[in-house]
Design a binder for this molecule. Structure first.
Ligand code: PLP
Length: 291
């Protein structure tokens, strides 16, 4: 089941004014939209579980940050929240227990000067195997130093842009190497993030994730996971991490909005132990979120 809400924009000011649910199977995008011709836009994907859109406020904040980085008009959180919630309600009414809602803002049709926006909801695939047995990852050089966000902000490292062709190519490279997913490493040797996920390690009894000032996204799932973990008595921290830290970690996970927590069961072909019990508790905690 698919649901689409289009965002309406004022033709004079370019301001978002509201949303309307439309036929999900009808065409809605112009071929000259800068999303299609340049990948020039931003997006977020939120998880829908049992009628609740998870971490919606954190997604809206990151959406606004990405917009600032691309000099797109500031997305009105009230308009976008209402659109996402309307899609969620329609999916839930249609019997979807677990789904995802992707919302997108583009620079609009070439020359028009008015953005394009929509929210698209669909049912999620079954991620049981990834969440329980785990994923095999490879480390791939991202080709940028860890300070790229500071030295070269025009590369948009840390913005959630529509230009994910590189991320998709990295996953194909992983498949060629017999793996399921990727962990990017900076050219100067620091662990970054997956193409669609955040790394979390269990190191010396604390949960650790890479610092977010190294050109990576601040993960909404990782944020909620750390809030839960602190309530459970885990220390948490944001650090500069290297492949040696991954080697010595007691457990590693890739966490993200739609797949949730996937334990890492192999790195570059070398098997790793999966902490099945802690992973199950993490996924249950995420499912239990009320917002
Ligand atoms: N890093 C990248 C590059 C991503 O695309 C994503 C999500 O798609 C994440 C991290 C994880 O973020 P979140 O937990 O908010 O989904």
């Amino acid at each position: 089941m698919n649901v689409v809400a289009l965002i309406d924009f004022d033709a004079a000011t370019g301001a978002a004014t509201g949303h309307r649910l439309v036929d999900a199977d009808a065409p809605h995008l112009r071929v000259t939209d800068l999303a299609a011709t340049r990948g020039d836009g931003i997006f977020e994907t939120a998880s829908l579980v049992a009628g609740r859109v998870q971490a919606l406020e954190a997604h809206l904040v990151r959406f606004q940050q990405s917009a600032r980085m691309l000099a797109l008009p500031d997305p009105d959180a009230d308009v976008w929240r209402a659109a996402v919630l309307a899609v969620a309600e329609a999916l839930t009414a249609g019997g979807v227990e677990e789904g995802s809602i992707k919302f997108v803002l583009t620079r609009g049709v070439e020359g028009a000067g008015i953005p394009t926006g929509w929210a698209f909801g669909t049912v999620s695939p079954d991620f049981t195997a990834d969440r329980t047995q785990g994923v095999r990852i490879v480390l791939l050089d991202r080709g940028y130093r860890h300070d790229v966000a500071e030295t070269s902000p025009w590369l948009l490292a840390g913005a959630k842009t529509l230009s994910y062709a590189v991320n998709r190519a990295a996953v194909r490279e992983a498949a060629r190497r017999g793996a399921d997913d990727v962990l990017f490493v900076s050219s100067d040797g620091y662990l970054l993030e997956g193409p669609t996920s955040t790394l979390v390690l269990r190191l010396d009894a604390r949960l650790v994730t890479p610092r977010v000032d190294i050109g990576i996204l601040a993960g909404t799932t990782q944020g909620d996971l750390f809030t839960w973990a602190e309530q459970e008595g885990f220390a948490t921290s944001y650090e500069l991490l290297t492949p040696a830290d991954l080697d010595r970690a007691e457990a590693a996970w890739l966490v993200s909005s739609v797949r949730h927590v996937a334990p890492v069961r192999a790195v570059d072909g070398v098997p790793r132990t999966v902490d099945a019990e802690l992973t199950a508790r993490m996924n249950a905690a995420l499912d239990a979120r009320t917002r």
